[in-house]
Design a protein around this ligand. Structure first.
Ligand code: IVH
Length: 680
């Protein structure tokens, strides 16, 4: 028998070490990004680390572990959630509706039970009461193994696969001293901006929107397909221990700081209070801060800090004696829907808006609420004159949650969808697959005004000073008819404007001039193509590199980009196929608009090399492949020629592969391509 010096069964040590290093780096960057809100590296650098890890794990599948950052979205869809008992019941809290109740239901009771004088000062921990849904997480030997919903407090549902997709939650604990078994409880929630985005997407795809962020968070967590949950940016704050083995905490503040040191997210607004007066002050402080927070809170929670005292106080009727939920006034109110107004947006969408009898909802007078679309009006059977419940969350536009049909008198009136645009009288159509009604008038004034405002807005071409008022004046004076005309304006044009001095006019012209050099992604976003938001505009800019390339992009090329499906691709093609749009873009380029594409990397390892991708790629998407090549200085082209350096063939590659073989070009499999990228 011949002995070999090489043991093929032993994992490659360099790969093992690099994989460990990459996982650690990615976990650190996730922590900085999602918890500290302070990214330590650029998106591109992060993506590069992630891709390197994915490629190494692909080559060494035996080294893949469930807690690897690449395995967050691993689970397949399931039929139903498994019921699992909590090791310790998950209790609920007694509520206090105001300052007096905080004192009576907590402080006085605690002092009485502990035999303390009324004047004694108890140490409390105060926390925001997150408005989401409670879950329990189990970490065994530092690894997240199970996540359960609260359920009825005794038995919950196994949502482990979904919880694993929360990017701000570590799949393994970091730091030192993590116990063998750590059960923690916390609240899963959605930020207000994520909630708004989800509802916009829902409206675009014709689904009913969520009434509030809590419902949206619950709906997202209770998805049977973890891939859907992964697309919803859920967050979590940990606020209580469950069953723990191998460590003991003496107080709530010690618990919070320990779990935070192990990488778990803890609300930074949690604060100790010396005596109930400080806890009451905290309640008022949070009530005032509520409007400015990026997520919904529905009160504060005050807990006796010492765990010894908590044990001594115990629980009564399924609520702990040592804590109370101090509720804020509700975000809902009853009022009357007096009329339905029609608002025309930039893309011609006509949105029904409820005109309400003004009502105070936690300090803000609400007189308008969105009704979303006519499908929603029909589904909720909303009629003019109805008594309705209105809800508002933070800065989000208030919404009509439901109709109090029991209060109907018979005088309420249904309002049918409009047949003509309320602004320009053009026809209104309902485009197939859309819930929205749309005015198709090309010269509909509010549409043009909105499109100019959008074009000039900060995240688009950023033309400071060109807001609603100036746009309206420019249009009504006939100085502009479309966005290209902005670049034809002279100082003399502004001189007849109200309150427009020489300085203001010069500033405005300077802002217009500066906007000519904006990033390509901002320019694409500014065009106002339907369904193309900032993120899609960035992907398009990265994938095509110039407006010319984008204009020529085929449906196939567009849909090969991550996050771009057939509907968005169709909308992009429709936009560029429109002759008016082509003419306006041409004019802008002739007038000196020169969108800047991200500089190409020169001198990279693949500098000057051209790649063609063909067939269906299973290991990475086309735009991921493009990015990999471009990051190393190469470029990706659409068709095979003698000059092509590499043809990467996926499954079922057809004529391009045949041509490459005919020409004797380098043909790579997906694995060989990854090896080339990794420099192997
Ligand atoms: S402590 C035994 N702390 O409020 C008490 N709960 O009404 C355990 N909640 O089911 C809960 N933020 O979903 C606690 N900082 C916080 C909280 C919080 C939100 C929720 C939780 C619980 C409900 C109780």
């Amino acid at each position: 028998m011949q002995l070999s010096f090489f043991d093929n069964s032993a994992p490659d040590q360099t790969a093992v070490l690099r994989i460990q290093e990459l996982r650690r780096l990615i976990e650190q960057h996730d922590h900085c990004y999602y918890q500290l809100d302070a990214p330590a590296v650029s998106d591109a650098e992060y993506d590069a680390l992630f891709r390197e890890l994915a490629a190494l794990e692909e080559q060494h599948p035996e080294l893949i572990t469930p807690e690897s950052p690449t395995q967050r979205v691993g689970g397949a869809p399931i039929d139903k959630f498994r019921a699992v008992s909590h090791r310790l019941p998950m209790l609920s809290l007694d509520n206090a509706a105001n300052e007096d109740e905080i004192r009576n239901k907590l402080d006085l009771r605690v002092k009485k039970e502990l035999g303390l004088a009324d004047t004694a000062s108890v140490r409390y921990m105060c926390e925001p009461k997150m408005d989401g849904l409670a879950v329990e997480l189990v970490y065994e030997n530092g690894i997240l193994t199970t996540a359960l919903t609260r359920g009825d407090g005794i038995t919950g549902e196994d949502v482990t696969e979904n919880i694993r997709t929360l990017r701000g939650l570590p799949l393994r604990l970091t730091g030192t001293g993590a116990p063998v078994l750590l059960e923690v409880r916390g609240e899963v929630f959605l930020s207000l901006s994520a909630f708004q985005k989800i509802n916009c997407d829902k409206e675009e795809s014709g689904e009913p929107p969520f009434a509030n962020p809590r419902n949206a968070a619950a709906g997202s967590l209770r998805q049977l397909d973890p891939r859907i949950t992964a697309r919803r940016p859920l967050s979590i704050y940990i606020y209580a221990p469950g069953y723990v083995e191998g460590v003991s905490f003496s107080s709530q503040h010690e618990f919070l700081s320990a779990v935070s040191s192990w990488g778990l997210p803890v609300n930074p607004l949690a604060r100790e209070a010396n005596g109930i007066d400080e806890a009451v002050a905290y309640y008022h402080e949070m009530l005032a801060a509520r409007e400015a927070l990026p997520y919904e809170i529905d009160g504060t929670v005050v807990k006796v800090d010492s765990f010894d005292l908590q044990r001594e106080l115990g629980e009564k009727s399924r609520s702990p004696v040592w804590a109370v939920a101090c509720k804020f006034p509700p975000r809902q109110a009853e009022t009357v829907l007096e009329d339905i107004l029609l608002s025309v947006g930039r893309t011609g969408v006509i949105t029904p808006v409820a005109q309400l009898r003004p009502v105070d909802i936690s300090g803000v007078t609400v007189a308008r609420a969105t009704l979303h679309n006519w499908d929603e009006i029909a589904a909720k059977d909303i009629r003019i004159g109805d008594a309705v419940i209105v809800e508002r969350a933070g800065d989000v536009i208030p919404a009509v949650v439901r109709v109090l049909t029991e209060k109907r008198t018979g005088s309420e009136r249904y309002m049918p969808p409009p047949e003509k645009c309320p602004q320009c009288g053009s026809s209104v159509v309902r485009i197939a697959d859309e819930v929205a009604l749309r005015c198709i008038g090309l010269s509909c004034p509010p549409q043009i005004r909105e499109s100019i405002k959008h074009f000039a807005s900060r995240t688009a071409m950023d033309i400071e000073g060109l807001g609603d008022k100036i746009a309206g004046q420019l249009l009504s004076l006939g100085l502009i008819k479309n966005v290209a005309d902005i670049y034809r304006l002279t100082k003399a044009d502004f001189m007849c404007f109200e309150r427009m001095g020489d300085k203001l006019a010069s500033n405005l012209l300077a802002a217009i001039e500066a906007s000519k050099q904006r990033e390509l992604s901002s320019f694409i976003f500014a065009l106002g193509i339907r369904q193309v938001g900032e993120r899609t505009a960035k992907s398009l800019s990265q994938a095509f590199g110039s407006i010319d390339n984008l204009e020529k992009a085929t449906m196939e090329e567009l849909t090969s980009i991550r996050d771009i499906g057939a509907t968005v691709a169709r909308s992009i093609r429709n936009f560029f196929d429109n002759r008016d749009n082509q003419a306006i873009i041409r004019q802008m380029l002739e007038l000196g608009v020169a969108p800047q594409s991200g500089a190409k990397k020169v001198g990279g390892r693949l500098s000057g090399k051209s790649f063609v991708f063909t067939g269906s790629l299973t290991r990475f998407s086309r735009d991921e492949a493009r990015k990999l090549v471009e990051d190393l200085g190469g470029n990706v082209v659409g068709s095979v020629s003698r000059k092509t350096d590499y043809v990467v063939a996926g499954e079922e590659a057809g004529s391009k592969l045949a041509k490459a073989r005919d020409l004797g070009l380098n043909v790579l499999s997906e694995d060989q391509f990854l090896a080339l990228i990794a420099g192997l």
